[in-house]
Design a protein around this ligand. Structure first.
Ligand code: 13P
Length: 255
């Protein structure tokens, strides 16, 4: 973490877990555990139907609420989709875009990721943009190329000013939900590669100011080491964000 130039962000991605009543209970439990831990931004990205309850439950705390996807059109005949202004109106501040599960199971492409990023930023949401290689790509030694390409395409037509509202999450797909965590060195290396892409496109000041998280089996036990790296500015946490006590330890390790 490099707090001199950038904000540390610990975000939970609940994925398709927890009903509104359970979401409320987890947030009530989490609130006192993270109270006063203000050296990082703490976010929970919850299922769409949990957002209103989560926003209410998090009121008066340092927990911010986000969504896990957003459609790229403002409105219209897109059955089952959710628009950015809908998220904003019920109190979501953040949205995850381009998560590998969306890419893998729901046909998300680099192009639609870019469209969603532009729509979310235009509406006033802050974006957590996910990139990451699959195992085969790592084994072929093309991680740098894949992650650089995903980052570049996702940020087409995103200017320097808009970058203030973007967090990038490096999530190696082989480490997600597998218990197989990247080493701190691997995480640091690829977060550094992403920072170099930002530097080439926007210059050093933007690159040094952008928060780049690591995600993939980060938990209470391994978070301190991952977060100790200079290019790892936080975490995007799946499984371990569902339990208040575990998530609070990770937030604590980011202090
Ligand atoms: P896990 O922490 O469960 O591996 O999930 C990581 C992730 O996909 C966060 O977006």
């Amino acid at each position: 973490m490099n707090r001199q130039t950038r904000n540390t962000v610990i975000a939970g991605n609940w994925k398709m877990n927890l009903t509104p009543s359970k979401a409320k209970a987890v947030i009530e439990e989490l609130k006192p555990l993270v109270a006063g831990k203000d050296n990082c931004t703490t976010i929970l990205c919850v299922p769409f139907v949990d957002i209103a309850t989560a926003v209410e439950a998090a009121k008066g705390s340092n927990i911010k609420i986000g969504a896990q996807n957003v459609h790229f059109e403002e409105k219209g005949a897109f059955t089952g989709e959710i628009a950015a202004d809908m998220l904003l109106e019920i109190g979501a501040e953040y949205v995850i875009i381009g998560h590998s599960e969306r890419r893998q199971y729901f046909g998300e492409t680099d192009k639609t990721v870019n469209q969603r990023v532009l729509a979310a930023l235009k509406a006033g949401l802050k974006v957590i943009l996910c990139v990451g290689e699959v195992l085969e790509e790592r084994e072929q030694d093309i991680t740098a190329e894949i992650v650089s390409m995903q980052t570049k395409i996702a940020l087409l037509n995103v200017d320097e000013e808009m970058m203030k509202n973007i967090i990038i999450a490096y999530e190696p797909v082989w480490a997600i939900g597998t218990g197989k965590v990247a080493t701190a060195e691997q995480a640091d290396e690829v977060c550094g590669i992403i920072r170099n892409v930002l530097s080439a496109k926007y210059g050093n000041t933007v690159a040094e100011a952008t928060t780049i998280q690591y995600g993939g089996s980060m938990n209470a036990a391994n978070s301190a080491e991952l977060l100790s790296k200079v290019n790892v500015d936080g975490g995007l946490i799946g499984g371990a964000s569902l339990k208040a006590a575990d998530f609070a330890v990770i937030v604590g390790n980011a202090q």
